[in-house]
Design a binder for this molecule. Sequence first.
Ligand code: TXA
Ligand code: MG
Length: 333
Amino acid sequence: MTCILQINEKSLSEAKSIISSGGAVAFPTETVYGLGANALDTDAVNKIFEIKGRPNDNPLIVHVHKDFDITELIEEVPDYAKKLADKFLPGPLTMVYKSKGNVSPAVSCGLNTLAIRIPSHEGAQKFLKYVGLPIAAPSANISKHVSPTSAQHVFYDLEGKIEIILDGGECKGGIESTVLDCTGESPVVLRSGLITREMIESEVGVCGEYAYKKGGVARSPGMKYKHYSPKCRTALFEFSNLENAIKLYDSESNCGVVCCFLCDEKTAKSIGKRNFLSLGATPEEMAANLYSKLREGENIAQLLIAIAPEVRGGIMAGVMNRLTKACGNGNES
Ligand code: TXA
Ligand code: MG
C-alpha cells in the first residue's frame, strides 16, 4: 500500500528506515517530486530504474543536504562553479562534475561524471538532513510520463510500487532543474530550467548551451528520450499558426473526438467557445502549471492541442523544451 504522509518527525523517521533498508521514497522539491534511494547502494539505485521503467543509460542526479561536503563525491570544483553555487544554491540548478567514484556506479550509468543537486524546498532539506545520505533521485513519475508536481500525481503513477510519498504540497517551480555541465573551462547548459543561461552568463561571463541532435551522442543521455508525454494524442502549433490549430480542433471535433487546447491566457481569448486549459499569463506561471495542465488534459481530452506561447526568452526556453517534448515529436521514443 502507498501512503501520502505530511512531513513530520514520524514520517521522516519512516522515510529514513525505508532508505536505510534499500527502499525508495518519494519526496517534494521546488521543481518536481523526486523518487529517492541511497546513492551508495547499487541495489537501491537499481530499484529506482525498475520502479520507473527507466532506460538504464539515463543517469540520475544525487541530491544532498545544504551542509553536505560535496568534495566527498566529486573531484575539483572550478572557480566559476563555486561562484554559481554561492549565487544559486540551494535551488533548481544541478551541477555535473567529475566523479570520485564514491557513489554506486549505477547512479551515473557508467559515466565518469556525477550530477549533484541541493534543492531549496524545505521538505526536501528536512528529508535529506534526516536520512543523512546522498540520495539518487529522478522525477517520481513512470518513465516517459509527465513529471509530478504534487503528491497526488506521484500516487497516480506509483501507487502500489512504493510505500510512502512525503507530501510537501504543490511544487512552485514546476519544471525540472537546469542541468549544467561544470567539467569544462566554462559551464554548458545540458537541460534548460528555471536558472536560465542568461542568469548564469551574467554571473560568470560565459555559458554554452548544448543542443542534442537526433541520432547523435547525447551529452546528457536523458535528452534523447521521449519525455513528459500525456497519455492522449497531442499536437503542437506555433502561435503564428493558430488558424490551423483551430482547423484541426474543429475537424477532429466534427468526427466526435474530444479536443482541448493547451495555451496561455492571452491565446485563450482568441479561440472562441472551444475547450481550453490555460497555462497562465507569465513565464513563471506557465512553468509552474505546465505539468499539472498536461495531466489534467490527458484525463479530459482525446486530443490535446498545444499552442506555443508568443513570449520567449528566459525561462520560456525550459517551458518550450518540455512542451515540445510532451506534445511535439522532436525526439526518439
Ligand atoms: O528538478 C530536478 O532535477 C528533478 C528533481 C526530482 O530534483 N529531477 C530530475 O531527474 O529531473 P531526472 O532523472 O528526471 O532527470 C535527470 C537529468 C537527465 O536528463 C539526465 O540525463 C541528466 O539529468 N544527468 C544526470 N546525471 C548526469 C551526468 N552525469 N551527466 C550528464 N547528464 C546527467
Ligand atoms: Mg524525469
